[in-house]
Design a protein around this ligand. Sequence first.
Ligand code: KIV
Ligand code: ZN
Length: 515
Amino acid sequence: MKESLIIFDTTLRDGEQSPGASMTREEKVRIAKALEKLRVDVIEAGFPAASQGDFDSVQAVAKAVKDATICGLSRAVDRDIDLAGEAIKAANRGRIHTFIATSPIHMEKKLRMTPDEVVERAVHAVKRARQHTDDVEFSAEDAGRSNPEFLCRVFEAVINAGATTINIPDTVGYNLPEQFGALFKYIISNTPNSDKAIFSAHCHNDLGLAVANSLAAAQNGARQIECTINGLGERAGNTALEEVVMAIRTRQDVFAFDTNINTKEIMTTSRMVSAITGFAVQPNKAIVGANAFAHESGIHQDGVLKHRETYEIMRAEDVGWSANKMILGKHSGRNALRARLTELGVSCDTEEELNRVFVRFKELADVKHEIYDEDLLALVADETVELESDQYRLVSLKVVSETGEMPNAQVTLWMNGEECHASAEGAGAVDATFKAIESLVASGANLLLYSVNNVTNGTDSQGETAVRLEKGGRVVNGQGTDTDIMVSSARAYINALNKLAVRAKRSHPQYQGDV
Ligand code: KIV
Ligand code: ZN
């Protein structure tokens, strides 16, 4: 039996810190359930002290998930720790993850604390967290640029105080694999009580080395890797779960450990995270990119047809890629839809929710005769896009586009309790539509990103649109799906405007200003 490597997923916390990737409570619960099916060991569900919404989301995940450990992040301050403890209370297994920075630059310039004060605060935080749960993780923020001897001193003290997992983050993505591996080896050998804790790696991808650094850490004693689906995360992102897991699974000849991950669930989870956050996956992304298993060149195709392993080191089906399957049609009923959604890992919590999805499914089946799994998943993701509390809703849209003429869009929105109409011309059909909507909403937001991807092949495919808006430094993403890409574009734009309209105050865990 090989040793088991703990997979700690932080898509809902560090992933969500990516500008524009914020998720609603319902979206977080859906992703958490997918992560549970994927069999991750630990789900970091959020930073409960950030806002009431974040606290509620962590609590909702703790109630919804049964198999994985649910973790809440906290700075090394009593209020954060107590809120994290309260938020994870309902979990079958709950963990508090507390952290403080240990690098000279962070201690001096950010915390304005001496190394002795940092050790004292870290010990106090771990003891306080232990009053809530036996499962306490301690992180030395910016460990990758910290003094290794000082790290050993901090870790010895927090293990004595009750920390059961010691996380070593390369917060700014500065380390190289050999160096990061050597850091683990040094720390595990020179921390006198290192056998009393599990050591963990948490890498950022600023130099494109997050996966390589995580693997180097594991080869030097780390038995937990922190990662996110699709590598989502601030700046260049975090270690990509699917890459690190498949590297370990594929190279069992090299690694002395394996993970519990059910790799067949990778694609469903990847698509769900991408659809919910609006962060598209690049086509050449390892494992989950559209081209990851596509063999374009004639030589490769010939080789693969003669003997698959000439050019393929993994099987597409092992990570959940399947040939597009026609699963339901125009005449399929509610029960068939429910059964297929359940097979896809999507559960409609109420009959009303299922009814809404069923209505959308029938509308789609009228215009698109072959409905694939991908269509259903996109449709379900889109259903959660419109909320009762939304300030703006699309009622109707008419777009006229003709060669030699300026495109014109006429839009009707439900806002302020009534239907409001506007029309506008634009450089193109999308431009005209967005201008018409903006003339009603007057948001003043800047459009940072607009992209459309087809959900399946063919010109009758649904278009999945992502829109990113910025206003006053706040960035939000909106999504919309429809077979008509003008409608999906309008829905995505309105979804982003609705998110901008919600003035949620959240604090960021790594800025200490408001402690
Ligand atoms: O990157 C980092 O240092 C973090 C910590 C909060 C663990 O995300
Ligand atoms: Zn991080």
